[in-house]
Design a protein around this ligand. Sequence first.
Ligand code: GDP
Ligand code: MN
Length: 428
Amino acid sequence: MKIHEHQARDLLASFKIPVPPGRMIESIHHAADAFRAAAEGSTTGEVVIKAQVHAGGRGKAGFVKIVKNVDEATAAASFMLTHRMKSPQTPPEGLEVKKVLVAQAAPIARRPAGGSEEFYLAITTDRKSRRNILIASREGGVEIEQVAHDRPDAIIKVPLHPLLGLQDFAAREVAFRLGFRGRQVSQAIHIMKSLSRLFIEKDCTLAEINPLILTPPDEQHPDGQVMAIDAKFSFDENGLFRHPEIESLADHSEENQAEARAHRFGLSYIALDGQIGCLVNGAGLAMATMDIIKLEGQKYLESRGKSGTAPIEPANFLDVGGSASEEAVTEAFSIILSDSRVKGILVNIFGGIMKCDVIAQGIINAARGFKNKDGSTGFKVPLVVRLEGTNVEAGRKLLQDAKGSLPTLQAATDLSDAARKVVAAVAG
Ligand code: GDP
Ligand code: MN
């Protein structure tokens, strides 16, 4: 689960990590007030307007703007709330912006050698070393992906102790390697240690500050102040039950709509890029089904000398679970069918606690309820069904009797047969 930047800033502040104050608004009518409030405490009088969407790359896309008066603030907020934000991190059509953050703009110190004092700081789990690690770089800001690609040596990685978290000596070493000096060092250590504590306490999968900045020296901070001006968090959904305060931050309008719908029915659904919709019970069987679709898809294309063309692949991962109701199965089907890229469906059920007749009835209900664009009912995409296990005879009989509503139905004898049939139907 992800949260918005304005929520991430509040979370950082609750762990005593310095962030400039700001306010989230959802209407341009509040832009002027929010601007005045933010400008009041600012030494430079500058305010930053930032689109709140679950994707980065806003700066380069023009969705982070520094403004100096009410008119500029209103214009920037109004632009963002009426345009879709497109960046390499969004879908091609971009994301609708419904919320905007209006915050005090922090001045960023310049480096003597040129450039600004922007750093990257993150904690995440490194699967290779099976540890949580701190990732830091002196080259933070909007080019971090490029830096990681071109100059991997500019990225510092330090494992966290499994029990003790980020230890003082490790944080101190990173602070020096980032170039912090004098009173900046203890500020940076405090931020790194707080971030790693936050990561563990809130069951994060990612806790990222980019950029972490250094402000120019002032009376209160003779060596400048180290602070966070952008942050991104992801939380482990399996841990959310322990954190109702985090769960309440979820913005369901930012999620993939099909995934959110599936979640409400207790289905595990992940949208993918292929053409073959899959409905399977059990995560292991679902993975195997996806593998075999890819395998048979590749074999099909190679046998026809078309291996250079677009691959035939699963359109989704869908596990209806061990004991889905008829209603949930019906919903699962509707979700798959609402994806216009789906050119064929493979149902692969090994009935155990899940009964084959329940699945069959769900398929029939979905088919009868489904409306095509031309107004007719019943779905027209090829459907291949492989049923085995509990109540399989009853399930097959139900499907047989409902043949009129399922004109495209093909029965399969086993998984490979099912995959071959659906691939041929989609490619043919
Ligand atoms: P992102 O592009 O979506 O990651 O958005 P960021 O919030 O990281 O902003 C992108 C860039 O805009 C930062 O790297 C900064 O250079 C600049 N920026 C953002 N907020 C401020 C601010 O408060 N003050 C100043 N001086 N620059 C800012
Ligand atoms: Mn950023």
